[in-house]
Design a protein around this ligand. Sequence first.
Ligand code: ATP
Ligand code: CA
Ligand code: CA
Length: 394
Amino acid sequence: GKRQGVTICKGHKNYELMLNLQLGIRHSVGRPAPTKSLKLKPTAFDTEQKLWTRFPPEGSKHTPPHQSCEFKWKDYCPMVFKTLRKLFNVDPADYMLSICGNDALRELSSPGKSGSFFYLTHDDKYMIKTMKKSEVKVLKRMLPTYYEHVKSFENTLVTKFFGLHCVKLSGPIQRKVRFVIMGNLLCTEVPIHRRYDLKGSSHGRITEKPETEIDANTTLKDLDLKFIFRLQKDCYQEFCSQVNKDCDFLEQERIMDYSLLVGISFQEPNRQASEVNVEAHGNGTTPSLSTDMDSLVDPKKCSCVRLGIKMPARVEFTVRSQETQLVGEPTGKFGDVTIFFGIIDILQDYDMGKKLEHAYKSFQYDSTSISAVDPRLYSKRFKDFIFKVFSDDN
Ligand code: ATP
Ligand code: CA
Ligand code: CA
């Protein structure tokens, strides 16, 4: 199979940083103090503690000797994340093996525009994202309500966060790198053939790649979507109710810019691949894609679908009549699929920058088509779109 990303070996520019991250996590997760209950003291959310652990290369009383440069390490709200990991049924030993085992992490070629870097663990279970200071601030602020939300709704679609950390590199330039560890929603036992990042806005929501370069690792967007997802009635109702609850939570937290990430696994890869082809190219033959599809069937098993939501579905193919129209006309042609999904990128609040972006983009474009809008409008538009693209199978 074709794996995402570049393995971080010695010599890679972020090799030492990754070593630091692994040393830090081993230090934090490996500490005893088991959590027996899911009840947290309010002080656990107290983010004022300034706990920096120094990791000199020669080692110290609390830290092991290491091959990397000297750095300092900070764990944000360790008790809260420890309890979250317990709530999400993450075994501490497995967690440590995934992130700090001997197998190297992989760096993804910056999938987002924000400048964040993404890393995948060797077993694909966890995704590590570097964070802006403002995103850390948002996560710290909403941690108590996030915790209550994920505790109340077992089937929540919002990203599962397992840890929030900071590495401070010593030396002349004191660089701080902040990381969040989250579940990889698309870590599945079946191959993902297509992935979509859906916001419900239309401006710029189309992939820039030429169609021949689109493969299973390409993140496609709203205007690329040529399907309606048909779910079983019960599933659909549950899905809608959860999307409503999750969007209410995000709206209350003044969050916007989030997406529904959807991974599609076609049940008959080869046959369906050619159908995708028909839709994407308007003709039946693009040999490169069908050979690509064969190589995508990865036998490697991974049993962590609970990180995302898995559902059987049918996709109904659609045609688009307008460039700006988000949902195309159904063609009556169907395919059987398994879909995996969750709500990602939930740490952007409607701050001054986003308000300015809204203001200047509104001069040039239809203000309802741009991503940067007020959280209330954002959630309404997001739901309107999602409830059109997802439907019950009558
Ligand atoms: P921007 O703000 O420009 O959208 P970003 O840097 O904040 O970008 P994200 O939107 O968080 O990045 O993620 C970019 C892409 O990475 C997503 O479209 C998705 O393909 C992938 N991704 C992000 N989070 C996850 C996750 N938890 N599981 C699987 N894939 C993810
Ligand atoms: Ca995003
Ligand atoms: Ca973002």
